[in-house]
Ligand binder design. Sequence first.
Ligand code: C2E
Ligand code: CA
Ligand code: CA
Ligand code: CA
Length: 276
Amino acid sequence: AKSGGRGAFRFFEPELDQLMHARRNLERDMRDALAGREFELHYQPFVNTATGEIRGFEALLRWHHPRRGLVLPGEFIPLAEEAGLIVPLGEWVLRTACAEAAKWPAHLRIAINLSPAQFRSKELVPVIVDALASSGISPHRLELEVTETVIMHDSEAVFAALGQLRELGVRIALDDFGTGYSSLSFLQRFPFDKIKVDRSFVNELSSTRADAHHLARAVVRFAVSLGKTTTAEGVETKEQLDVLREEGCVETQGYYFGRPMPASAIAKMLRRGDKA
Ligand code: C2E
Ligand code: CA
Ligand code: CA
Ligand code: CA
């Protein structure tokens, strides 16, 4: 740590030090966690908006830290990206989720989140091909969720990878729609099959503020108008669901239908034949 300098800077130094220290620890712990069995996938259903039937599940990563307890991806994914651990971690997610989906009825899809760094790895397409082959699931059952930041980095390579995956029959979903800076020309060029309207807009569908409600509705309507399968994430109320149905949103996902659950709970639910 620097001595001298401006007083205000010095005032924050111990805190900053602590923060850096905590981050380094978390990174080191994550390397151990990958080797051990501390990561787990939870699965959240997405349903057909009109009928309520389950169409598939999104895999969401959880970390059971030996001392800190449950750590959510919002905290460790950015660290994993910085530390270069997202590629091996992402590969584990792909293989585990495909293997789990192989146990479900064959009409159900599996959606997996991918980080931009995974697209920069030459191994992505071969790993996906191998995860599909060793699990035995059809490529048509796999959906890969990416945010628009994925192509801001290295668009040529990413476009090539997306094209190869779609040729295999894998679906590409644009995640967190409405939160980025996508231009209309980007949306026309980006090769995707499905749009997931961000939770923040879905939440505003039940807003009592007219302007917030109208903006949210406009985002949903715009997504639907692009002619891809539209999904809404974060649906928590009947009121939100009713608007989405009215606007022609094809699929919905959120606590209203089910929280992310461990694989064993999903298997049990599917055996009972529950709707959601
Ligand atoms: P996301 O892909 O946008 O996932 C949706 C998030 O919203 C999940 O948070 C989910 O648990 C939560 N959610 C679902 N329904 C509701 C609802 O009705 N209300 C509310 N309040 N929340 C709801 P989670 O599991 O904490 O994941 C956060 C983010 O971490 C994900 O956002 C995704 O970007 C990232 N992530 C999760 N798993 C993975 C992974 O395996 N790989 C990568 N690269 N990223 C992942
Ligand atoms: Ca997602
Ligand atoms: Ca999302
Ligand atoms: Ca998100």
